[in-house]
Design a protein around this ligand. Structure first.
Ligand SMILES: Nc1ncnc2c1ncn2[C@@H]1O[C@H](COP(=O)(O)OP(=O)(O)OP(=O)(O)O)[C@@H](O)[C@H]1O
Length: 341
């Protein structure tokens, strides 16, 4: 593999900073008149460090895609700030945003819908650099396509094929090659392996981790699947109904989950048996409430097995409990759910 990568920031430095982010949609009121703001992301703070993987995990409808879309500029936030390196994207001009767009790429869940399936692989891969760097001379173009295909472990024969001729896994490799074309510092992966068969999923996850090792790229990795997350995460942020309810290193969150939502997600995940000290909490029932009418106090209280009166009246703060940097937003975080102590 060609390991050349433009100005990779020092591993561990803050690359993407999200502060107080509120984002979502304007919907029509019941009467059909007027528009109402719905905060699908309701005040999120997160930092992605260079060369590392921050996974955001939660059920469908928790606001993960809304967060991802805001980060890459597909959705304008209602409030808060997103900074990339030294650029505050909320106040940046067009030129600065354009520059950041090269460093900040996205891979979507379904390449068949996010990309044009009739396009040739070489053109799909080259689209980004045509926008940012212009058209390369033919020889350089072919060499660059080859380089990118080899990064994602596809041979050069794929360059002339059309996306609809490829399997899901091959297509997702092409999406990754396309994202890598501009040598980004961060790739936002929104459910990037969710549509793949289990064996192909493992191969693509391994590829992403290898690419991180070789190129130093960071990932903001969005997934509903804890089993996927445990393979790839350095840090995990658990999201529920627009807010982060737990945040820590992968080891902290998987081995010592402090929020009842995280524990319930883990008890529903197949690999619960790997985890020492299972809990008495049953798997989740019901659905995530609508962000248009979130519960008062703790947003998780309507589905929480340990909810008490205080949970209806006071919003629990996301704060460090026990280990350094391991934060949870629960009035009873860290207590034994069976005994309440
Ligand atoms: N275009 C839209 N208009 C109105 N509401 C929307 C729109 N897109 C999403 N929502 C709502 O915003 C909330 C968060 O959706 P979002 O897609 O961000 O969640 P998610 O965690 O990524 O779930 P999924 O994996 O199912 O996409 C949901 O209640 C969803 O119904």
């Amino acid at each position: 593999m060609n390991t050349a990568q433009a100005s990779v920031p020092e591993a561990g430095t803050a690359l993407l900073r999200i502060r107080g982010l509120r984002a979502g949609y304007a919907t029509r009121g019941r009467s059909g008149f007027g528009r109402r703001r719905v905060d699908a992301v309701a005040g999120v703070d997160l930092t992605v460090h260079a060369g590392q993987t921050l996974c955001v995990v939660g059920e469908s409808g928790c606001g993960k895609s809304t967060l991802a879309r805001s980060v890459v500029g597909l959705l304008d936030p209602f409030a808060g700030s997103i900074s990339f390196g030294d650029v505050d994207l909320s106040s940046a001009g067009r030129r600065e945003r354009h520059r950041v767009a090269r460093d900040l790429q996205m891979v979507f869940q379904d390449p068949y819908t996010s990309l044009n399936p009739r396009m040739r692989v070489a053109d799909v891969i080259a689209e980004g650099w045509h926008v940012h760097r212009g058209v390369l001379p033919a020889g350089e173009h072919a060499a660059e396509v080859d380089r990118l295909l080899s990064l994602v472990e596809l041979d050069s024969s794929y360059a002339g094929r059309r996306l609809h001729e490829l399997s899901g896994g091959q297509c997702q490799r092409v999406s990754i090659a396309r994202a890598l074309a501009l040598r980004p510092k961060l790739i936002v992966c929104d459910e990037a392996v969710s549509a793949l068969d289990v064996s192909v999923r493992a191969q693509v996850l391994n590829l992403l981790m290898d690419l991180q090792q070789e190129l130093g790229v960071a990932y903001l990795f969005i997934s509903h699947d804890l089993d996927v997350v445990r393979h790839i995460a350095d840090e995990v942020a658990v999201m529920y109904l627009g807010t982060i309810v737990e945040h820590g290193t992968a080891a902290q969150v998987f081995q010592n989950p402090r929020h009842p939502y995280t524990r319930a997600l883990l008890s529903a995940a197949p690999s619960i048996h790997d985890r020492p000290g299972g809990t008495n909490e049953s798997a989740l029932t019901g659905e995530v409430p609508s962000p248009a009418a979130p519960p008062s106090g703790c947003r998780f209280r309507t589905r929480c097995p340990i909810a008490a009166d205080v949970c209806a009246t006071e919003v629990p703060e996301l704060r460090v409990r026990g280990d350094a940097d391991h934060a949870a937003a629960c009035h009873f975080a860290g207590e034994d759910p069976a005994t309440g102590t």
